[in-house]
Structures are given as C-alpha cells and as structure tokens.
Design a protein around this ligand. Structure first.
Ligand SMILES: NC(=O)C1=CN([C@@H]2O[C@H](COP(=O)(O)OP(=O)(O)OC[C@H]3O[C@@H](n4cnc5c(N)ncnc54)[C@H](O)[C@@H]3O)[C@@H](O)[C@H]2O)C=CC1
Ligand SMILES: O=C(O)C(=O)COP(=O)(O)O
Length: 469
C-alpha cells in the first residue's frame, strides 16, 4: 500500500483541502522507532513499529500563537507539518480567518477558543494549550466536534512556585517600592512595616501541582503553611489543611491563590474575603485574573487592611508584548498602578526558559502522537485511549479512529462496518457524552479505506472519523 497514491477528499476529514491528493508517507518517516511493543517482544519477534501518518505530512497545517517555544515548533516542523508561528495572540476576526484552514492550533493562556471561534474551525482536529490552564478553551464544545485538547499539566508549576517565594519576600520587605524610589533618585531607608518571613503563615488556596510545590519551598524558609482545597489532600511536610476559606483567611499573613478559573472561583477573593483577612496581610494572585475582585483589592489596600499584593494575571490582558496596559483594558488599571507595595507582572508565572522549552516539547509531542497515531493520552476533554503500535509485518494495516456520541449500540454498529476485516486490536472508552474508539484492522485494501470511512461517518452517533495508515 505504501507506494499507492491516494485521492481522498477533505470531506473525509483526512486532510485540509478538498483538492489535495494524498500520498503514502515518504520512506524517511518509516525509520525504525526506538519503541517496540511489548507484545512483539513477548512473541520473540522484534517487529518494527509501523509509523502511522494520516496523510502526507506536509498537508498538515499548524497555527501556533503566543510565542510557543522554539523546541516545540521544531518538533512539529520535523514531522513535515506546515507550521505558522506568530508571537502574539490574534483579534477574534483574524483568528477565525486563520483557524478555518488548519488541523492543529497551539495557543497559550490568552487565546480564547470559544464555541463561536470553533464553529469556524472546520478542519481542526486538535488543540494544544502550551500552558497549564485550559479555561480559555470551550472544552465541551470542542469535544462535541471531535476536537481533542491537550495541555501541559505541570511543566511550569515550579516556575510559578519560585515566583511566589520571590514575591512573598519582596512584599514583606517592600522591595519593589524601594527599588522604584532609588531608580528615581530617592534614598528611603526604612524598617517600619518590613518583616522577615520566618515564622509567618502562608495560606495556599488550591493545593494542586503549584500549591503543593510552593508549600515545600515555603517551609524550607521557616514559614508555617496552611492550605484550603475543595478536595481533601495530604499535606507535604508539616503543612495543614484547613476546613474553609474563611479559616485560611483568618490565620494567614500571606494568602496565595492557585486555583483554576471556574464558575466557583470567579471573584473568590472579594470585599467580604478581604475583611476576613488579617490586618496588614498580603495577597498574591498568580492564578487567573477573574479570581480576585480587583476594585475590592484597591479599596482594601487603600484602607491599609492589605499591606501589599502581587498580581500576575488580569481579567483582560494585552495581546502581546509592547501593547498598552491601561484603563481601556480594565477600567481600574490606573487606580491599581497608583498603589504602594503592589507588584504588577505581565503574566510571567510560567515564563522561564526551563518551563517553556519543557512545555514546548511535551505539548508538541502529544500533538504529534494524536495527529499521527490517534493517541489521546493526556487529553483534557476526551477519554484516554491508546493502542500499541501497528507493525510493519502486518501488511495493509489501518488504524480506525472513531469519535462518537456515547450512546448504546455503537460498538455493534462499528463492528458491523468492519465486519469483513480482521480487527487486530481495539480499545474504546468514554468520558461524559463523548466516546473514543480505536481499532487496528488488517488487510484493508487501498480502495476500501474510503468506503469504511464513509460507512463510519454515516453512523448516527459519529462525531469524527480518522483513518491512519
Ligand atoms: N501565572 C501563570 O503564569 C500561571 C498560572 N497558572 C494558573 O494556576 C492554576 C493552578 O495550577 P495547578 O496548581 O497546576 O492546578 P492543579 O489543577 O494542579 O491544582 C488546582 C487545585 O485547586 C483546587 N481547587 C479547585 N477549585 C477550588 C476552589 N473553588 N477552592 C479551593 N481549591 C480549589 C483543586 O482541587 C486543585 O487541587 C492553573 O489552573 C492556572 O490557571 C498556572 C501556571 C502558570
Ligand atoms: O500555564 C498557565 O496556565 C499559565 O497561566 C501560563 O500561561 P502562559 O503560557 O504564560 O500564557
């Protein structure tokens, strides 16, 4: 089959453009990979894994926004994909224009992939969030269109935790103000209102990857650590979980937020919560802009209730470097900029060389595994399904990926379509309304692929079908 040319139209969801012709992967893509399935070994045959490619890889169009790290860009380019990498996010109209054309999009925290945008993304099969948060993507709608979403769940956690440590000390010592004053020629040597952090209590809201990492670092500096989380979690070191957010606010000298943006965390910290915090305590927000009611923070800082704050994330953030951060973006910006002992940073919590290259590699590899092999391992909106490799000694093997509504009777229908072929292996799982099925089928002739594809697409439960070979 490898030498046959394929004419398969875009309506089959096999490629981007209706007019493209499809060819087998070049032989250069069939290098023996380092991984061989354990089953092949156990059979005593060192079978070579077959490198699956859905289409001539240069037909795969990828749009990367928000300055995705070069290590990630390179991985996608090495596959032969057509990669367009842009340093900023795009206004919605330009995003819609571009997303229509691509199978793969990579974004960071800024680009909103709403239902409105995704409705236009007719060719899109997968989204890579080159960051932790996935709140910027309508995950449910994406799944309903058979679009898988991947992220990097912890590659920048350490970077955020270290930034918080820096901020805790900087706030306790009013470091940003002193530095700013001296930049302006003012010598202001003060100790009033400046503290050591040793023995102070750090209250962590959200004890996940970042919160728990931070917990360890803070204890090493001699801080007491308490945390609040909706889930009961084991504290690291001597950190203790408290029963409620109010308990945490009541006991903490520093409150730091590490929750995702959800309906429940919107304005989690507002006027009422500031009143419950200790007099002269500090707030740090590296989570998401909407988690804190900023006008309420401004009031609490003006009154002296809150002695300092560090804010890295904002409800509306500029599209890219060099853009203005002013009242047009958020109508309280000027008031915020006028406050003392307030550290403002441009969403740099995860912005380190280490984190960005690790994220680039991790997410790009997940995208390649999904595009080429159908593996959903690590997907955030689909069940996780993967199959061991097809091997080169299985001639004319085809991998069927069938994303479908999670309703009764589908497996019977799919196996009905595949009736005349040997299903070498099959795996299927569901997550909410969506189910994902992969099957490796042997001895499929070139001309049969289209028919199998069409028969699967015609099943009432079908959301998206892909044939990899
Ligand atoms: N400033 C930056 O550059 C970065 C910001 N982030 C933000 O930090 C967030 C947290 O990241 P991770 O620690 O990796 O996430 P995670 O998912 O590992 O942990 C989040 C924790 O928050 C808890 N949680 C959820 N809702 C809660 C609520 N209402 N009250 C209390 N706890 C709640 C969860 O149970 C979980 O333990 C991300 O979702 C992202 O929005 C992440 C990386 C970089
Ligand atoms: O990882 C996250 O969720 C972050 O907030 C970091 O976002 P960024 O990649 O800097 O746009």
């Amino acid at each position: 089959m490898s030498n046959l040319s394929r004419q398969v139209s875009n309506s089959l969801n096999l490629s981007t453009s209706p007019n493209l012709s499809f060819h087998s992967p070049p032989t250069s893509f069939r290098q023996p990979p380092s991984f061989q399935s354990s089953a092949s070994y156990s059979a005593g045959v060192a079978a070579i894994a077959k490198q699956l490619k859905p289409f001539d890889t240069k037909d795969v169009k990828v749009l990367l926004l928000e300055n995705v790290n070069q290590a990630g860009v390179n991985i996608l380019k090495e596959q032969g994909y057509q990669v367009e990498a842009i340093k900023s996010s795009l206004p919605e109209d330009q995003l819609i224009e571009k997303i229509r054309d691509v199978q793969v999009i990579g974004i960071r925290s800024k680009t909103k992939l709403t239902e409105r945008v995704l409705q236009e993304a007719k060719n899109l099969i997968v989204i890579g969030c080159f960051c932790i948060g996935t709140n910027q993507v309508d995950l449910k709608y994406a799944a309903s269109q058979g679009i898988a979403v991947f992220n990097s769940p912890f590659s920048n956690s350490r970077s955020v935790a270290e930034l918080v440590i820096a901020e805790v000390i900087a706030l306790a010592r009013q470091l940003a103000d002193r530095s700013m004053e001296l930049h302006n020629g003012v010598w202001n040597k003060v100790s009033k209102g400046c503290w050591e952090v040793r023995g102070k209590t750090l209250g962590i809201v959200g004890y996940g990857h970042i919160g728990s990492q931070l917990s360890v670092l803070a204890e090493a500096m001699g801080m007491e650590v308490i945390y609040y989380d909706v889930v009961t979690l084991m504290g690291l070191g001597t950190a203790k979980q408290v029963h409620s957010l109010d308990d945490l606010l009541d006991q903490s000298d520093f409150v730091t937020l590490h929750v995702p943006e959800t309906a429940d965390t919107k304005n989690l910290i507002g006027k009422e919560q500031f009143e419950k915090m200790k007099n002269g305590s500090y707030l740090i927000n590296n989570a998401r802009g909407k988690v804190v009611d900023i006008p309420a923070l401004i009031e609490a800082m003006r009154s002296g209730k809150i002695a300092g704050a560090a804010i890295d994330v904002f409800p509306n953030e500029p599209a890219g470097n060099g853009d203005y951060f002013n009242n047009e973006l958020n109508n309280w910006t000027k008031d915020l900029q006028g406050l003392k002992n307030l550290i403002l940073t441009p969403h740099i919590g995860g912005s380190t060389e280490e984190a960005q290259s690790a994220i680039g590699v991790e997410v790009s590899n997940a995208l390649v595994k999904y595009v080429n092999e159908g593996s959903t391992l690590g997907a955030v909106n689909m069940p996780e399904v993967q199959l061991r490799n097809l091997t080169l000694d299985e001639p004319n093997g085809v991998r069927v990926v069938f994303i479908h509504k999670n309703v009764p009777g589908v497996l019977r229908q799919v196996n009905g379509v595949l009736l005349n072929h040997n299903i070498v292996k099959q795996s299927s799982d569901s997550r909410g309304d969506i189910a994902y099925l992969m099957a490796d089928v042997s001895d499929v002739k070139e001309e049969e692929i289209r028919n199998l594809f069409q028969s699967l697409e015609e099943l009432p439960s079908s959301l998206r079908t892909r044939m990899l070979y």
